[in-house]
Design a protein around this ligand. Structure first.
Ligand code: ARG
Length: 459
């Protein structure tokens, strides 16, 4: 395959060096976008009288045929090409001869790769966003079923206050909704067409940048030709959105790994979403959750790599920028598969709701609710905190696991405000039902949160 710059440099690098600087392995993914951009560019050249109209039509048709041949499998991307832009231009020229050589007028690979990358993301990111929304749907379905299933809420991984499984799964969903929003925001800012920026300085040819941008479905052409080829903010923003989403999945998976342990026994993963051990016959391991947690390292690493890639670059095109796609593609792909795996694993798992409810019975999860009980009866909170703390200490001294194990007389020794109603008020389900403020775990409030989220993700 010829290189596009053989006119200036007759001697090519040796094969290993050529392969080192080539990007076809990565950017062949942009083949359809490259063709799409070239078709619009060629038609514009014809409309502007920069090439004969018939030539423009010929180029357009042949590019369409190349796309068809590629999808039919009668043409394959040549892995020895330098990059996807060279491959398409060379194929076009092999097929058409002279007219093929006209397509690159007013264009550089610098603006071409920028437009290809953005076009690809305009298609791929909404799919990824839909993947997030589908994950939220799966979580909300389970949250709804478990709006009343009690479980301990933890801080410092110590039993804190009773909540519900529905409340916990809705918390995950709220985080994922923000992630979906970050992708949507990034799409708004990336919606600018770099074509016409050339290598950095635009073109003296009378290109119609507005028409090209419109035909490719962009909001408009980018404002400044140097910025158009130098800017990779869209890649950073998306890598950041991927990194944050993966960090969320990693934390959810950490919950799942804990819950699946013998110590918690809250979660029974499906056998098909677990793996065994080559030596320990009894093992059923939460490998999928662990690996999703592990893969978040890539998402974080890719973001840091991209930031590092950009920080020292003069503000124009430099070949360093070629590294951008491999990093972002890896983040997008990894997040996409992690979301699917997370859904499969979670959607098929069984929650051990009896065990979760039991875990609310001991460990004084009702102590805060006891303090609030006293506040409702008029006691200053700090004092109520001390009274409830003393009640906990009394229980511990007596080998009891819950404030409800105290007698009314014993409680009344600490405060005359305690009444018979304290025993029902401090059951986990009453305590949860009482916390019905917006955002709280009370079942009807969690159902409201679920319908709010459903409203937000409606197609
Ligand atoms: N493969 C290059 C990239 O991904 C395309 C642009 C090359 N431009 C250049 N002047 N060498 O960034």
């Amino acid at each position: 395959m010829n290189v596009l710059w053989s006119g200036r440099l007759e001697e090519k690098p040796d094969p290993e060096a050529f392969a080192f600087q080539a990007s076809i392995r990565i950017d062949q993914r942009l083949v359809l976008e490259d063709i799409q951009g070239s078709r619009v560019h060629a038609r514009m050249l014809g409309n502007q009288g920069l090439i004969p109209r018939e030539t423009a039509e010929l180029l357009d048709q042949e590019l369409a045929r190349i796309a068809e041949d590629l999808s039919a499998g009668t043409l394959a991307v040549d892995p020895s090409a330098e990059d996807i832009h060279s491959f398409i231009e060379e194929t076009l020229t092999q097929r058409l001869g002279e007219p093929g050589k006209m397509v690159h007028a007013g264009r550089s690979r610098n603006d071409q790769v920028a437009v290809d990358f953005r076009l690809y993301l305009k298609r791929a990111v909404p799919e990824l966003r839909e993947n997030i929304l589908e994950t939220i749907r799966v979580l909300l379905d389970r949250a709804e079923v478990h709006a009343e299933s009690l479980m301990p809420g933890y801080t410092h991984l110590q039993r804190a206050q009773p909540v519900t499984l529905g409340h916990h799964l809705t918390a995950w969903s709220a985080a994922l909704l923000r992630d979906a929003g970050r992708f949507a925001d990034a799409l708004v800012r990336l919606d600018e067409c770099p074509l016409g920026a050339g290598a950095l300085a635009g073109s003296g040819l009378a290109l119609d940048r507005g028409a090209v941008a419109a035909a490719l479905g962009f909001r408009g052409p980018s404002l400044n030709s140097m910025d158009a080829v130098a800017d990779r903010d869209f890649a950073l923003e998306l890598a950041s959105a991927c990194g944050i989403t993966m960090t969320h999945l990693s934390r959810f998976c950490e919950d799942a790994v804990l819950w699946a342990s013998e110590e918690f026994k809250f979660l029974n993963l499906a056998e098909s979403w677990s793996t065994g051990s080559s030596i320990m016959p009894q093992k059923k391991n939460p490998d999928f959750a662990e690996l999703i947690r592990g893969k978040s390292a890539r998402g974080i690493g890719n973001l840091v790599s991209l930031l590092t890639l950009l920080k020292g670059l003069p503000y124009a095109y430099a070949k360093d920028l070629q590294e951008d796609k491999e990093l972002l593609f890896d983040s997008l792909d990894t997040l996409g598969s992690c979301l699917r795996m997370f859904r499969g694993m979670l959607g098929s798992a069984a929650f051990n709701v009896d065990r979760m409810a039991e875990a609310c019975a001991e460990g004084f999860l009702e102590a805060t609710d006891a303090a609030e009980y006293l506040v409702r009866k008029g006691m200053p909170f700090r004092e109520a905190h001390a009274v409830a703390a003393q009640a906990v200490r009394d229980c511990l001294a007596a080998g009891q696991g819950s404030l409800r194990d105290r007698t009314l007389a014993e409680l009344q020794e600490l405060s005359g405000l305690f009444g018979e109603d304290v025993f029902t008020a401090l059951t986990p389900s009453a305590a949860v039902a009482a916390r019905n403020l917006p955002g709280g775990p009370a079942p009807e409030e969690v159902r409201r949160q679920i319908s709010f989220l459903r409203e937000q993700i409606r197609r």
